[in-house]
Ligand binder design. Structure first.
Ligand code: COA
Length: 376
């Protein structure tokens, strides 16, 4: 092949792989303070919100900037088209794909348009749990259960999954998990939603893209892996050898490490408190705490210069198991929680929009030309 003689122009502007450390926007929704292990939604510390607030109040806070003294957000009914779309999916469909499909059909039939509105944010956040619960039943050959207007989102979701009155302790624990998972700055899925919104696309498209990003195991897929990991380890006595082997094979310990946090993830601390308050997690939690101690020690020995601490997914696994969810619904349940944050960012992007379009450094061949005879 004929090589070109010119060299590619050298672009020596700074480049950060994975955009690590790059400021790519401004937000007033949440402060993620990685160095000090702090997370605040519009100034309120996450632990305070978990202890003294509900997901409905937190969602309103994220969307509007105001914390309402009371708020009610119930699961919304599905349209016939959304239900039929879910019914037509194979039972083997990944629940994240089912959720994305439901949102996509909602977008197709409601044409939400641009700019997005708080009403759309409420509608989508209320629709998602109904869609996921419906799919979870349909794949087992069961009929979906209609949502109840008197229940808040978490309780309503549990009721629709099992067609039974929700256990108040489980509903409260899931509501707390929803608060913790609601928002987290410019993570990959939220950034995806903002990129889509910045083109003046609609909220349904932005959330479909966000769900796609969250599906990846490095983002939202970790808690199910945490369960597998702990099941494989089995006992605290087996942990040290298991972890040594995994690290020697170059594997990652699920539920540890974070792009931003160098201190203990405050969400993990908040969820550990929730898990400790649940009656039915005691045995699993004992194993999780013992394994965590050993894992933190081993990770510190392996990477003394890059602190690798427990992340939110580790105790998410304990809470979601305690609530009675099957591990394959963990990532999509995380997606339900994150709807409030995603849609809040869509609204913020709308309010001060600028197309998001970074540059890329070209590292391919220099200019070259096809052989002359190729033209014939
Ligand atoms: N276990 C073992 N080593 C880990 C690790 C983990 N959980 N997380 C990071 N590392 C190591 C990497 O192997 C790498 O080591 P090296 O420099 O010797 O190659 C170094 O730490 C940096 O990792 P990198 O992937 O560049 O960091 P990141 O900021 O891009 O990664 C995560 C962040 C979350 C993707 C990463 O920590 C991870 O894969 N964790 C496990 C999955 C998980 O729990 N995800 C949920 C996140 S909330």
């Amino acid at each position: 092949m004929e090589q070109g003689t010119a060299t590619a122009p050298i672009d020596d502007r700074p480049y950060s792989p994975g955009l690590e450390g790059v400021l790519a926007g401004e937000t007033s929704i949440a402060l993620v303070d990685g160095a000090n292990g702090r997370l605040m939604y519009r100034g309120y510390p996450i632990v305070e919100l978990v202890r003294r607030s509900t997901y409905a109040q937190v969602a309103e806070l994220l969307w509007t900037g105001m914390w309402p003294a009371s708020a009610h957000l119930a699961c919304a009914p599905l349209s016939k088209r959304v239900t039929e779309a879910l019914r037509n999916l194979p039972a083997s469909t990944h629940p994240m794909d089912a959720l994305r499909t439901a949102i996509s059909v909602w977008g197709a039939e409601t044409s939400p348009g641009w700019p997005s509105t708080v009403e759309q944010a409420r509608a989508l956040t209320a629709l998602a749990p109904t869609a996921l619960a419906a799919f979870a039943r349909l794949r087992q050959g069961l009929e979906p259960v209609a949502p109840r207007a008197d229940l808040q989102l978490a309780a309503g979701f549990l009721t629709m999954l099992d067609d039974a009155e929700p256990d108040p302790a489980a509903a409260r624990a899931l509501d707390a998990y929803f608060i913790v998972g609601a928002e987290h700055g410019f993570n990959a899925s939220t950034f995806t939603a903002r990129v889509i919104t910045a083109t003046r696309s609609d909220m349904a498209s932005a959330i479909c893209g966000a769900i796609g990003a969250l599906k990846g195991p490095l983002h939202g897929g970790a808690p199910a892996e945490v369960v597998n990991q702990l099941n494989e380890i089995g006992t605290p006595e087996a942990a040290a050898a298991w972890i040594d082997d995994a690290l020697a094979r170059g594997e990652r310990l699920m539920g540890f490490g974070h792009r931003v946090y160098r201190a203990y993830d405050p969400r993990a601390a908040a969820l550990r408190e929730v898990a400790e308050g649940m009656g039915n997690t005691a045995e699993w939690l004992r194993l999780a705490v013992a394994v965590e101690d050993i894992a933190l020690r081993k990770l510190a020995e392996k990477s003394p210069d890059r602190p690798l601490k427990t992340n939110v997914e580790y105790y998410t696994a304990a809470v979601l198991q305690g609530v009675g969810l099957p591990p394959d619904l963990f990532p999509s349940t995380f997606a339900l929680a994150r709807h409030a944050g995603w849609t809040a960012h869509v609204l913020e992007q709308n309010a001060a929009n600028k197309l998001i379009r970074p540059d890329v450094r070209y590292i391919g061949p220099a200019e070259r030309h096809l052989p002359v005879e190729a033209a014939g």
